[in-house]
Write a new protein. Structure first.
Length: 374
């Protein structure tokens, strides 16, 4: 809502609460992008027009993913809605499994990591380098657990009806380069910008300068999509710059090559991309440019006297991030951390039981899903 108010003020329009509630309903961004994708696909002849108003209305406002995605394409979701399906026990099992994993990520991982992230990015908090790094790490796990957790819950809710929504996350923190990251993080949105903005602008079909321009414009608009704020402009520009640097700088391009067979080079590429990602999350989480500047300045001060002791808080972060990392290790070969069905049933049952215990024993206060504000 604050981002919407800022945008209206920039445009010189009134910002009273009634106007905002009328023209900016819940889920407007995801709802609009899904509708636009459908219209563009039909116009291009890439998808047939839906002949049933009821089916189209269900597609356009499908409740599990309407508020925060994933953004579905008509050619994927509409045919499923047109089918007559009988209930199958697998729908219940798969749906509840996805929902359980989603609640584990949200309640145990994200909400507990949010305590540290909120403390660090509070303008009143004195920071040093240790706390600055800890805050960025905490927010990295918070936003991943929060957003991928919501996606899992949405996919699980849809699966109860026999509907398969697209996978929206594929281990993004294991990416080797920025392009690989955006192929793993919020996949439905990144592919939307690719198909409906980057490629129509010319993609990488023109000169090097034209490709750089297209990347920059696409990421700036992706930043603005998150809100009319300079911090989101900076965030979009930062990721645009990373995409450009990995394309034009030979050393970075070689290091981030996904086809490289060297395990050492792959590990170095992941570590470097992880550092770049943490800086990006620090930008994204900062309430304004001044606070991000304070976060950067803190990286130059490592005196422990400048802030509260951080070691205990780091242990808190490890306690709540380690189970998620362990889950990813278990499911890495399947490229889907919710895919536990191929594990032996005793192992699977133990994991489910541990998740339930972690959820119900979580001490953090419930917080709203981060992407509800977008």
């Amino acid at each position: 809502m604050d981002s919407a108010r800022n945008l209206l003020e920039i445009l010189g329009l009134p910002t009273n609460r009634v106007l905002l509630n009328i023209i900016l309903p819940v889920g407007i961004s995801f709802y609009t992008f899904q509708s636009l994708g459908y219209v563009i696909d039909v116009y291009r002849g890439q998808s047939p027009a839906c002949s049933s108003l009821l089916t189209f209305a269900t597609f356009d406002a499908f409740f599990p993913q309407m508020v925060a995605g994933p953004i579905e394409r008509g050619r994927h979701l509409i045919p499923q809605l047109e089918q007559t399906k009988a209930f199958e026990p697998a729908y219940l099992h798969d749906g509840l499994r996805l929902i359980l994993v989603g609640f584990f990520k949200k309640v145990f991982v994200a909400d507990n990591c949010a305590i540290l992230a909120n403390y660090v990015f509070d303008p009143q908090t004195p920071l040093n380098g240790y706390w600055a790094v800890l805050g960025a790490l905490a927010f990295a796990f918070q936003i991943y657990g929060d957003f991928s957790g919501y996606t899992d819950i949405a996919r699980g809710s849809a699966k109860l009806f026999g509907i398969d929504l697209v996978v929206n996350f594929r281990f993004p923190y294991f990416a080797r380069n920025p392009s690989d990251f955006w192929g793993r993080w919020h996949i439905s949105l990144s592919t939307w910008f690719r198909d409906y903005l980057y490629i129509p602008l010319g993609g990488n079909r023109g000169s090097k300068w034209e490709t750089v321009r297209n990347l920059g414009v696409t990421m700036l608009l992706a930043g603005l999509w998150h809100g009319a704020s300079w911090i989101f402009v900076l965030w979009g520009a930062y990721h645009g710059a990373l995409l450009i640097l990995y394309r034009v700088v030979p050393a970075l391009r070689s290091l981030g090559d996904e086809d490289a067979s060297s395990h050492l080079r792959g590990a170095l590429a992941m570590a470097l991309m992880w550092l770049f990602t943490l800086v990006g999350w620090a930008i994204f989480r900062s309430p304004n440019l001044h606070q991000f500047g304070a976060w950067l300045m803190a990286l130059g001060h490592w005196q422990t006297a400048l802030a509260l002791p951080w070691a205990t808080s780091f242990i808190w972060l490890l306690i709540h991030a380690a189970p998620l990392i362990f889950l990813q290790i278990l499911t890495w070969r399947y490229r889907d951390e919710t895919n536990l069905g191929r594990l032996a049933w005793p192992v699977r049952g133990l994991i489910y039981a541990v998740m339930v215990m972690l959820i119900v024993s979580s001490t953090a206060q419930d917080t709203e899903f981060i992407y509800f504000q977008f």
